[in-house]
Design a binder for this molecule. Structure first.
Ligand code: NAP
Length: 280
């Protein structure tokens, strides 16, 4: 890649969806309609928007969206019973519990109740372990999206230095594992990392997963680095300072229109793959 590339998430997402359309049609001919169940607990407006976007994206592709909205006051046990009902429903192929749930609920316990076969959002510890060991079926969707973008644009990974800034269970840790499985040399940085810019100055691939707007500065980067910005902060602002990173990078994801749209496509892809397993 000699010229500067804007890694266009809309384009990648469109490509993934085109492929999925054909797979959904094939499933339909076999009498199966993929179905994603989404569970929203409470009325947090951002969470409600995310769930609505995911449901709408399903429906546009012919995937059923079973939307469950539970009162904010429900107990962990009731939430788990709802999840178990969905585990037992053979017409449901994927289950998404929208994060975060209200503070009195044990979110980890609820995530763990999701059947591994239906964990299309990659939130169970079993799914994470399988991803880390290299045979995970449904890695969590944002890490999967980052790898999808890397592959769409043929970005070399093997032998490269990858620096992931952030180590959350849904993002930083699993994307570090996916890059390591592809033979990158991975450094995972976090809030206690000393001299972050020193690490970044050696990175061929940078994943920004910090949750802080405009945090990563272009001056910290190596000339020609590939920047994948998973950040999504209020006002559509990424975790990398776009203008300065653009100057240094050989390729960069914009925010919005980078990792975000591909993340939703990964959820659809995993749901379709789960439905396909029922007819194989
Ligand atoms: P998170 O759970 O808050 O984790 C943030 C990570 O950044 C933590 O590991 C934290 O370190 C690290 N960090 C904080 N300050 C740092 C610093 N000064 N230097 C280095 N590392 C630092 O966030 P998340 O859920 O992973 O999300 C990260 C970003 O991705 C957010 O902007 C979020 O909106 C976005 N996101 C996007 C999508 C999408 O679909 N595009 C999906 C999910 C999340 P410690 O572990 O030491 O605290």
């Amino acid at each position: 890649m000699e010229e500067k590339t804007i890694l266009d998430g809309q384009k990648v997402s469109k490509d993934v969806k085109e492929n999925l359309k054909e797979r959904v049609l094939k499933l339909s001919a076999q009498g199966v309609t993929p179905c994603l169940a989404t569970i929203l607990v409470g009325d947090d407006p951002s969470s409600a928007t995310y769930v609505r976007m995911k449901g709408n994206a399903c429906e546009k592709l012919g995937i059923l969206s079973k939307r469950i909205h539970l009162d904010a006051s429900i107990s962990t046990e009731t939430l788990i019973e709802t999840i178990q009902d969905l585990n037992n429903d053979k017409n449901v192929h994927g289950i998404l519990l929208q994060h975060p749930v209200p503070a009195h609920i044990d979110e980890r316990k609820a995530f763990e109740a999701i059947d591994i076969e239906k964990d299309v959002d990659g939130v169970t510890s079993l799914g994470y372990g399988q991803t880390a060991l290299g045979f995970g079926v449904y890695p969590s969707c944002t890490p999967a999206a980052i790898m999808e973008i890397i592959d769409f644009y043929d970005i070399p990974v093997e032998g490269k230095n990858a620096v992931v800034v952030g180590r959350s269970p849904i993002l930083g840790k699993p994307v570090s594992a996916l890059l390591l499985n592809r033979n990158a040399t991975v450094t995972t940085c976090h809030s206690k990392t000393k001299d972050l810019s020193e690490h970044l100055s050696k990175a061929d691939i940078v994943v920004a997963a910090v949750g802080k707007p405009n945090f990563i500065q272009g001056s910290w980067l190596k000339e020609g680095a590939v920047v994948l910005d998973a950040g999504y902060n209020p006002g559509n602002i990424g975790d990398a300072h776009y203008d300065s990173c653009y100057e240094k990078a050989s390729a960069i994801t914009p925010v919005p229109g980078g990792v975000g749209p591909v993340t939703i496509s990964m959820l659809l892809k995993h749901t379709v793959a789960s439905a396909e397993k029922t007819v194989q």
